[in-house]
Design a protein around this ligand. Structure first.
Ligand code: CP
Ligand code: NVA
Length: 314
């Protein structure tokens, strides 16, 4: 059966544990440069409407290391940029490829890709969610903090795609999440609502405040993301004003637990959502977090992409 990862709601907490196990195994093997064959004879398309450094390169590298082939399909170079409907693109790609990793503006584009391509579709970021980011972030948290249940993660800034997926990821793993965001920049209401049932099962919690220092108080993890996400550039001036004060800086780090870690999915804007001092400081784990996107991609691919074995040559 074909399974896609459009949202973190698509997996259970048990499935997330299995993916984390896979990531752990692949991290060792990839680091040791072992010859891997789990994606042999598999061709995957990376359909990207937006720029990417880590997600694209992480997935492409993982595909190559696992013995598969990756095709980078920048939408500017597809007929979709000249008006071909996404469902037609999807039908064709579905007949060529074994899976699609897609970064899109509108989340609905992913839903259409999944519906019409009938092969696994992995969300590599949409306006609504960034599930592969949060899976690898949870792996990083487990490496550094071991037991996730009961941890406190303070997210400071925009209630955006990364924040939405963090809400689901923390709900799946029993993490207490506190969000500090300005009025009007809250995370997606339906995601907050749907995550409640998962929080009840795992013992997780979620609170939203306007005060960064309240969210950060004795927190184990401080997390932030850009104030101006891709697609929001027209709002840049207003956002820079509205987010003033929602910065992870040394003063905020001092409010957190003494062994707190600072996370950022990157790319970062030093001096805006995080200071240079914090990102380059001893509590920053952003480079380990970024490296784990490669291993995360390997684990996610191994879980969702099943190469068609035993196909005879004509
Ligand atoms: N964190 C992240 O998704 O980075 P890229 O935009 O470089 O892929
Ligand atoms: N929220 C950011 C994440 C970038 C990885 C964006 O969507 O641009």
């Amino acid at each position: 059966m074909t399974r896609s990862l459009l949202s973190l709601f698509d997996i259970s907490s048990e499935e997330l544990s299995s993916i984390l196990q896979l990531i752990e195994g692949y991290k060792k093997k990839i680091t040791n440069r072992e010859d891997l064959t789990s994606l042999q004879s598999t061709v995957l398309g990376l359909l990207f409407e937006k720029p990417s450094t880590r997600t694209r390169t992480g997935f492409e590298t993982a595909i190559h290391r696992l013995g598969g082939e990756a095709l980078y399909l920048q939408t500017d170079n597809l007929q979709a940029s000249r008006g071909e409907p996404i469902k037609d693109t999807a039908r064709v790609l579905g007949s060529y490829l074994d899976g699609i990793i897609a970064r899109v503006y509108a989340h609905d584009t992913l839903c259409q890709l999944e519906k019409y391509a009938a092969i696994p579709v992995i969300n590599a970021l949409s306006d609504l969610e960034h599930p592969t980011q949060v899976i690898s972030d949870i792996f990083t948290l487990r490496e550094l903090k071991h037991d996730l249940s009961g941890l406190t993660l303070a997210y400071i800034g925009d209630g955006n795609n990364v924040c939405n997926s963090l809400i689901i990821g923390t709900a799946l793993t029993g993490i207490q999440m506190r969000i500090a965001c300005p009025k009007g920049y809250e995370p997606h209401a339906e995601i907050i609502q749907r995550a409640r049932a998962l929080q009840e099962d795992s013992g997780a919690s979620l609170s939203i405040t306007r005060e960064p220092s309240e969210a950060a108080l004795e927190a184990d993890v401080l997390y932030t993301d850009v104030w101006v996400s891709m697609g929001k550039e027209k709002e840049q001036g207003k956002r820079l004003r509205d987010f003033r004060g929602y910065q992870i800086n040394e003063d905020l780090v001092k409010k957190a637990s003494p062994d707190a870690i600072a996370m950022h999915c990157l790319p970062a804007h030093r001096g805006l959502e995080i200071t240079d001092e914090v990102i380059e400081g001893s509590q920053s784990v952003v480079w380990q977090q970024a490296e784990n996107k490669l291993h995360g991609a390997a684990g996610i691919l191994a879980f969702f992409i099943h190469p068609k074995r035993g196909v005879k040559n004509p």
